[in-house]
Design a protein around this ligand. Structure first.
Ligand code: CDP
Length: 234
């Protein structure tokens, strides 16, 4: 598919923690027949690799390009998207563990990590049209994307969704504790010097607090299709 630009069409979906970016991006990609790339999975995989190498957290900011090459994080194409590999293997449950989730933002502020993973993300374009989700997809990695979306939802709603996803109880105390974890992560992602989380200027912002999953997916797919239709009619 093309939107009249050179090369594949890219749809970026950015947003804060727990805003439903990955599940939305995956479904949007499926309906459009594009590949899905979850950039957060790359940051998680690099975090798993660094943790497995027993590098103390205090040294993460000093890791440079050369040090990073030893971790052997890779992207492998699958039918629908990409699999992240650490030393040639699927990192398994470690990828989504509570510890990885907590620590990933601290590694993600290292500029060499970002540069390295940005190259991976751009290389995914060689497989064709993409729906990518993350924090800096529309601002840094794919600034010329055909469609940029910024997903938000209230902190309480994001906490509820995260607990639901993890099969945890939805009582008030758990929601409050999860909200605290999420807002700490948002703070680290928003305050970092390199590629901070922010809404791309030309993004379509969708507040999903009161929207069903189906409605938000349909809305994004409709805009993407209109864009490609417009381009072919030109
Ligand atoms: O899905 P969730 O919002 O929990 O996070 P994720 O997308 O899996 O990303 C995990 C962490 O990786 C984030 O908290 C960010 O610190 C980092 N990340 C990033 O810095 N830039 C991206 N493009 C994607 C993720």
């Amino acid at each position: 598919m093309t939107d009249g630009r050179e090369g594949p069409l890219v749809v970026t979906i950015d947003g804060p923690a727990g805003s439903g970016k990955s599940t939305t991006a995956k479904e949007v990609a499926r309906r459009l027949g594009f590949r899905h790339l979850d950039s957060g999975a790359l940051y998680r995989a690099m975090t798993v690799a660094v943790m497995r190498a027993d590098i103390p957290e205090g040294e993460w900011d000093t890791l440079d390009r050369e040090a990073l090459s030893q971790f052997e994080v890779e992207l492998a194409p699958t039918e629908e998207g990409f699999l992240v590999l650490v030393r040639g293997k699927d990192p398994g449950e470690d990828l989504r563990s509570v510890e990885t989730t907590r620590l990933a933002p601290f590694l993600a502020r290292n500029r060499w990590v970002r540069q390295n993973l940005t190259e991976f993300q751009r290389s995914a374009l060689s497989f064709g049209d993409l729906v990518v989700d993350g924090r800096d997809m529309g601002t840094i990695v794919f600034p010329n994307a055909g469609l940029k979306v910024f997903l938000t939802a209230s902190l309480e709603e994001r906490s509820r969704r995260r607990l639901l996803q993890e099969g945890k109880p939805l009582d008030e105390k758990s929601i409050r504790q999860e909200a605290l974890r999420i807002s700490k992560r948002d703070e680290t992602d928003t305050d970092r010097a390199v590629a901070p989380l922010k809404k791309p200027m030309d993004a379509l912002e969708i507040d999903t607090t009161d929207l069903s999953f189906e409605t938000q997916v349909v809305r994004i797919v409709a805009v993407a299709l209109a864009l490609t239709r417009e381009a072919t009619e030109k």
